[in-house]
Design a protein around this ligand. Structure first.
Ligand code: OXD
Ligand code: MN
Length: 601
């Protein structure tokens, strides 16, 4: 992995040079490699991963230029219990984040960091979140000893010399330190296929815009541009500067007359965001295209509207459950140039995961063991991932890299709720929408360590990603709404997962969600009917386009039923949830809660 020579340093920026030099002095790598972002560099990275035994090439006839990586079984997901917001004041991290004082955390990590890259290459990765030079974009410089992380950063962000050129002499960049925490006695010492450390820290220093990550090479722990920068650090920057950094997909909808609306949508991890971002509408004449599947940065434009960019250039999607039926466009995106992590390997050198197709026989599971269908254990890890270039998506919108961003018409919130929450409702106002976002709840999935199935409140799907006190975050939403006034997007709350008393999904979901998107589009146009209910505006009779949909009798009325009892029962748990934010809970949200209670009667 140390075969690559150092390349020319393409910056004279003293802040960047000092940052890299300090990192080198601390980590003590064998050598330093400045990444230039070229495709040759990417190919070298893949080759080094294969040479090191971390990855293997997939059958080029099946998946050209694609690799399969298997991680250590103890390093498979974001480690939320080891994720810290190290603001100067504990109160700024709030009740939903782990906190440690910045000096104390830096002392702890500096000890772990000392010599942690011995025998390895330290890669310097300058990256831009968002189109280079866009007024909405932001720059980071990350150092890491993981070629896997660098290769992923190549797909997920814009990397290299052009980023340093755009940064110029500015000191406005996020500083990221990352090591897998597995030093080698010498560059030729035997390595393990997936170096990592059982001690893990994902620490953020919001005031100084720094990220210090230790011990994990997987996903959001190691691809620092993603959750760490684009959400945790960016949410703080957004609060300070009056914009929004959100855990949202961005979707473009075009109606049969050619009119366009842009929708941003927040769902907790692994709730079908990537599927929604790429859906193929089932209603004739409607078109959906994607701009992003995970993160959305929004700033006010000169016209007072919110303009959004996708800060990323790739999809780091959950593989299990992805199929031609659930997400045909993702499957088409995945044909070549992909990094697969922790999926299964078929005997013809292709990949497989649960829910993709009929199980292959035999296969090699994600832990490199032979596997046969019916063996009682999954072949792919539930949080197995694909890293895919967004540009390969057949429905990527032409404006996805527009530096100006796209004006957002509607914001959707949603989660997995078997009961209580209807298929769709429209918020009565921005403030009511903020309230709905603040009480979002979902049944837990495999994207984070923890017990699957439990209900957890995940406000705006930002619970693991908000870099400051969530009470202040809610206030930021309200403040931004006041600033934007009538030009703010309309807010909707959706739930594709409502079940019958027998436990069957009532709504077919996936592509059929386009019917709900159509209603949302037409609400933005002012043409679709809605009825006022205590929980918001619901589709009027006949307003939801169900032409050609085979849905069980009674299912629709259940999907759109306002479950007054269910909501009343939920009020105390909302109060309890709000109480966790103490004095920082905006009064406006308590007022919304009281108003909901009154409307429910
Ligand atoms: C993700 C997540 O990886 O939300 O996108 O966990
Ligand atoms: Mn996500």
């Amino acid at each position: 992995m140390n075969a690559m020579p150092p390349v020319e340093v393409k910056t004279t920026n003293p802040a960047v040079l000092a940052f890299v030099e300090e990192a080198r002095a601390l980590f003590k790598p064998e050598n330093v490699r400045w990444c230039n972002g070229t495709k040759w560099e990417y190919q070298e990275l893949l080759k080094s991963l294969v040479d090191a035994g971390t990855a293997q090439w997939l059958n080029p006839a099946k998946r050209p230029n694609s690799i399969l990586v298997r991680s250590d079984p103890a390093d498979v997901a974001r480690v939320e219990d080891q994720t810290f917001i190290c603001s100067r004041s504990k109160d700024d991290a709030g009740p939903t984040n782990n906190w440690a004082g910045p000096d104390e955390m830096k002392r702890t990590l500096a000890q772990l960091y000392d010599g942690a890259m011995a025998g390895r290459t330290m890669y310097v990765v300058p990256y831009s979140m968002g189109p280079i030079g866009s007024p909405i974009a932001g720059i980071g410089v990350m150092v890491t000893d993981s070629a896997y992380a660098v290769a992923n950063m190549h797909i997920m962000t814009r990397v290299g010399d052009r980023v340093l050129a755009a940064l110029g002499q500015s000191t406005d960049f996020v500083r990221g330190l990352h090591t897998v925490g597995y030093p080698l006695a010498s560059p030729s010492a035997a390595d393990v296929p997936w170096p990592c450390n059982k001690t893990k820290y994902i620490s953020h220093f919001p005031e100084t815009r720094e990220i210090w990550s230790y011990g994990s090479g997987y996903g959001g722990n190691a691809l620092l541009g993603k959750k760490c920068h684009a959400l945790r650090i960016a949410s703080v920057k957004a609060r300070d500067e009056g914009w929004m950094a959100e855990h949202m997909l961005i979707l473009k909808l075009t109606n049969p007359e050619g009119r366009v609306k842009y929708v941003a949508a927040a769902f907790p991890s692994a709730c079908g965001k990537t599927n929604l971002a790429m859906l193929v509408p089932t209603i004739p004449g409607w078109k959906a295209e994607t701009l992003g599947d995970d993160i959305c940065w929004m700033k006010f434009g000169a016209d007072g509207r919110l303009y959004a960019i996708n800060p990323e250039t790739g999809f780091f999607g959950v593989a299990p459950g992805t199929s031609n039926e659930s997400n045909l466009n993702a499957m088409k995106t995945l044909h070549a140039n992909i990094i697969y992590s922790n999926v299964a390997l078929t005997d013809d050198g292709d990949v497989w995961w649960e829910g993709m197709s009929e199980p292959p026989a035999p296969a090699i599971d994600w832990m490199r063991r032979s596997w046969t269908p019916g063996s009682g254990r999954p072949a792919a890890h539930p949080n197995a991932r694909f890293t895919a270039p967004a540009a390969q998506c057949p429905v990527i919108a032409k404006e996805w890299e527009d530096p100006a961003g796209v004006p957002i018409d509607a914001i959707l919130f949603g989660g997995r709720r078997a009961s209580v929450v209807p298929l769709v409702s429209e918020a009565l106002s921005w403030r009511h929408g903020t309230f709905l976002g603040s009480i979002m709840a979902s049944e837990k999935t495999a994207a984070a360590a923890g017990k699957v199935g439990e209900l957890r409140r995940d406000p705006m799907a930002m619970l693991p990603f908000c870099g400051y006190h969530m009470g202040d975050y809610f206030q930021h939403w309200i403040t931004v709404g006041e600033k934007g006034g009538s030009k703010m997007p309309k807010i909707f709350y959706v739930n594709w997962f409502r079940k019958s008393p027998e436990g069957k999904f009532l709504w077919p979901g996936y592509a059929e969600n386009s019917r709900v998107l159509k209603w949302i589009f037409e609400r933005c146009e002012g043409t679709a009917g809605a009825v006022d209910t205590p929980i918001g505006k619901l589709p009027a009779e006949g307003a939801l386009d169900l032409n050609g949909l085979n849905i069980a009798p009674g299912a629709l009325s259940e999907l759109l039923r306002v479950d007054r009892d269910g909501w009343r029962t939920e009020l105390p748990s909302i109060r309890e949830h709000f109480a966790t934010f103490g004095a920082k809970l905006p009064a406006a949200l308590n007022e919304e809660l009281d108003a909901l209670g009154q409307r429910l009667g």
